[in-house]
Ligand binder design. Structure first.
Ligand code: FES
Length: 153
């Protein structure tokens, strides 16, 4: 069999183009997968498993879930709005204290003591089939607490 140089180069170029196309398509697919993964909601559990007038820390989700007296839920970020330290829940007041520069927040996440100047960010909550789902990728800034921020079953 005679070696055909022109044919060989043509096939080599097609092979290289195919490999490049594969990686371009694969890269695009993985970006879509990453975007979909980020959109996943954090499942905090069943509505009935949360008592009223109590705050539940979710360290893996980076939020506190509070259920208020009327049954409404609020998911508040653990990040202090001053410089981003992780706040601790204050069992006595139901609020939150920042260990870094001593900002204090009430149980609604509103500022009680500076240097923080705005309330803790909140995350949107969806209640579906009795499960509490929280969008931890979507921190919402606010200037004060409003009842409309609560989510009900
Ligand atoms: S980071 Fe919380 S008070 Fe400064």
């Amino acid at each position: 069999m005679k070696f055909n140089r022109r044919k060989f180069i043509k096939r080599l170029l097609v092979a290289i183009a195919s490999v490049e196309a594969f990686f371009i398509i694969k890269g695009g697919v993985s970006k879509v997968e990453q975007a979909n993964a980020k959109k996943e909601l954090f499942n905090a559990g069943k509505v009935d498993s949360f008592h009223k007038n109590k705050t539940y820390p979710f360290s893996t989700g980076h939020f506190f879930l509070r259920r208020f007296e009327d049954g409404g839920f609020l998911a508040m970020s653990v990040k202090c709005t001053h410089l981003g330290c992780v706040v601790n829940s204050n069992l006595e007041t139901g609020g939150f204290n920042c260990p870094c520069h001593r900002s204090q927040f009430n149980r609604f996440g509103e500022v009680l003591a500076a240097p923080a100047t705005r309330p803790l960010d909140i995350f949107p909550i969806v209640i579906k089939n009795g499960e509490i789902l929280i969008d931890t990728n979507k921190a919402v800034k606010r200037t004060s607490f409003e009842k409309s921020q609560l989510t009900y079953a």
